[in-house]
Design a protein around this ligand. Sequence first.
Ligand code: MG
Length: 309
Amino acid sequence: MRTVEIVEVSPRDGLQNEQRIASTEAKLDLVDRLIEAGARRIEAVSFVHPKLVPAMADAEAVMARVPRRDGIRYIGLALNERGVRRAIDAGVDEVNFVIPATEAFALANQNTTRARLLDELAAVAPLLQDARLGLTLTVAVAFGCPFSGEVAPDEVARIVAEAARRAELAELALADTIGCAVPGQVEALFARDAIRTHTGRRAHFHETRHTAIANAFAALSAGVRALDSSVGGLGGCPFAPGAAGNVATEDLVWALERGGWATGIDAGSATEAGRAICAAVEVSPRSGLAAAGTFPPATPLEVPRQDHR
Ligand code: MG
């Protein structure tokens, strides 16, 4: 069976935008459940200004208490140099640094320009090397921007090339931050020369317009072998109007496994983890498996008899 790595982002992208802020305890319980379900790479926190993203204010406290086990890696997301320094001090295993594809989203998300973010990337790269931490670059709004609309693939390729000149990127992630990408677009962008040549490529899809699973398969067709998802379909970006949840881990895993891809994740356990964290933040799970159960069913259903007389 072919394998694909699932990067579980529910503790970070899943919870950052919920009205009710999950307690540190609830986040740690989520991480335990994710590991139990088979997750090995978990985007656990982001290091952002607590006034702007209050749900992530306890990032250091979460990282201090997550279970440290062989083979489990924790990712911290950072939007600037200060965030990267906090991530290193907090003991993350990897850093995910975000640069948007558009100037408008850089301003809305990070209150700066793409050029300044590229400079910050250059500044943090040696810090990460000294700390022996992997660096992922995420290009946000790579498939469309809530403010400037269509994003030219050339622009994404340019940002990637500029970033690669400034830092050694262990991984390159393209994010459909607002969930507007379609499969042909995904396959084409990941197949572009500037992007295809990266050994580690990762895709981040949102389910806003119900194209996320189709997009995931398109990314696989283009050779991508790491996909982000969030149990319960939790998620959204606080600075991206209209952005709905991340693709639900349980739905993605179910579809992938049915398609002959090994994920290492148990869809049923992921569904339960999603239910638990959704209950903690008082929302309903947004996943097909939570609503309809898995297929085939674990126990055969009894055939109902209709009396048509
Ligand atoms: Mg996201």
